[in-house]
Design a protein around this ligand. Structure first.
Ligand SMILES: *Cc1c(COP(=O)(O)O)cnc(C)c1O
Length: 382
């Protein structure tokens, strides 16, 4: 049985007609950049996140970068985030001229440890970016409280957390700004690149609307240098359709995670993802942990099962960030999970029989002891 890591075709099948109609409407009005479809999606997405404002931009990376710029962060400032994230979180800080400061994560949730955040604050710290990893929010009460005491802005990297909750609050709605990516593979994905910032701060939203459009106050009158970071009409129209299906899709992912959890229960050497008691995980990624990852990967690959590693190398060990001067050993939890995490197939249409098959292959691989295992390996090759 072939089980892909992600099946966007299966996901779009039931909404193809709606999406085609939406794209035709954009073409009929030639509303390709900004315009009514972008404004409509911004209203809908703000309401979904229970925020006053949403500002559509070109990607999640731009959402993070423009949020920092909109808060006036730049050279000489420090921004605290985590090493186990997609590189965009840290790049956005770098591109403002500010210095990224990394802190280690909680071993259970692999999200920012509030105590580590507190310990990293210096007089130069201006903001903190907790990452809601894999669809689960960070422990926000601790982070919000520390940030408030020290006068720091909280920018949520909610690029993997569309619809995740924390104590009844929506991911992205708790800090000064919440940053979302609509990269096609995200829980809410466009048909190309797209992103958004949500906020309850009207002035910040107004600054970001200017920044995403060349710092323009009105046509060809520029108040400050900005950038072209606008959202396309076609992407917005597709996103409006897909947003209507998102709650159901997230619920299906949660159901798939429960099915995996039951199927993997008691499997020796495999740790299932931890769902913290404080909110709803929306399983952008379903990642198990195992010290035997290489062997599990071999078994999955031999059985045509897709997988991923999120992420194989923490930021401080990337060539791009050697300037941080944080050698191996600096962030023990992030480094350990980088060697153990294994992301299994996860999408709303994933079927119970596919999950049972994946779990069976993992169980077989775990059960095999060393000599038996090499025999099995040969049978995989055949
Ligand atoms: C996807 C992602 C981003 C970047 O979003 P793009 O739309 O690809 O620019 C940033 N942070 C995290 C955690 C992500 O998963």
């Amino acid at each position: 049985m072939k089980v892909p890591f992600l099946d966007l075709n299966a996901h779009h099948l039931k909404m193809t007609g709606e999406i085609e109609d939406a794209i035709r409407a954009v073409i009929a009005q030639s509303a390709f950049v900004g315009g009514p479809f972008v404004e409509a999606f911004e209203r809908e997405f703000a309401a979904f996140c229970r925020c006053r404002q949403a500002v559509g931009v070109g990607s999640g990376t731009e959402a993070l970068w423009l949020s920092l710029l909109g808060l006036g962060i730049g050279r000489g400032d420090e921004v605290i985030t985590v090493p186990n994230t997609f590189i965009a979180t840290v790049e956005a800080i770098t591109m403002t001229g500010a210095t990224p400061v990394l802190v280690d994560v909680d071993a259970q949730t692999q999200t920012m440890d509030p105590a580590g955040f507190l310990a990293a604050i210096t007089p130069a710290t201006r903001a903190v970016i907790p990452v809601h990893l894999f669809g689960q929010t960070a422990e926000m009460d601790g982070i919000l409280k520390i940030a408030s005491v020290h006068g720091l802005a909280v920018i949520e990297d909610a690029c993997q957390a569309h619809g995740a909750t924390y104590r009844g609050r929506m991911a992205g709605s708790m800090g000064r700004a919440g940053c979302f990516s609509f990269y096609p593979g995200k829980n809410l994905g466009a048909f190309g690149e797209a992103g958004a910032v949500v906020t309850n701060d009207d002035e910040l939203a107004a600054r970001m609307r200017m920044l995403r459009d060349h710092g323009q106050r009105r046509k060809y009158i520029h108040a400050r240098p900005g950038w072209n970071a606008r959202l396309d009409g076609i992407q917005a129209a597709v996103l409006s359709v897909k947003l209507r299906h998102l709650p159901e899709a997230n619920a299906a992912r949660r159901q798939a995670a429960r099915t995996y959890n039951a199927a993997l229960d008691g499997l020796d050497g495999v740790a299932r993802p931890c769902e913290a008691g404080y909110g709803e995980h929306i399983y952008h990624i379903y990642a198990i942990r195992s010290a035997q990852r290489a062997r599990l990967i071999e078994a999955l690959a031999a059985h045509d099962i897709g997988y991923g590693i999120h992420y194989p190398q923490p930021i401080h060990l990337q060539e791009a960030y050697q300037s941080l001067n944080r050698p191996r050993g600096s962030y023990p939890v992030a480094e350990q999970v980088a060697g153990e995490l294994l992301s299994l197939p996860m999408y709303p249409e994933l079927r119970p029989d596919q999950i049972a098959y994946v779990a069976g292959v993992l169980a077989e691989s775990c059960a095999a002891d060393a000599p038996g295992y090499s025999e099995q390996r040969m049978s995989f090759v055949a």
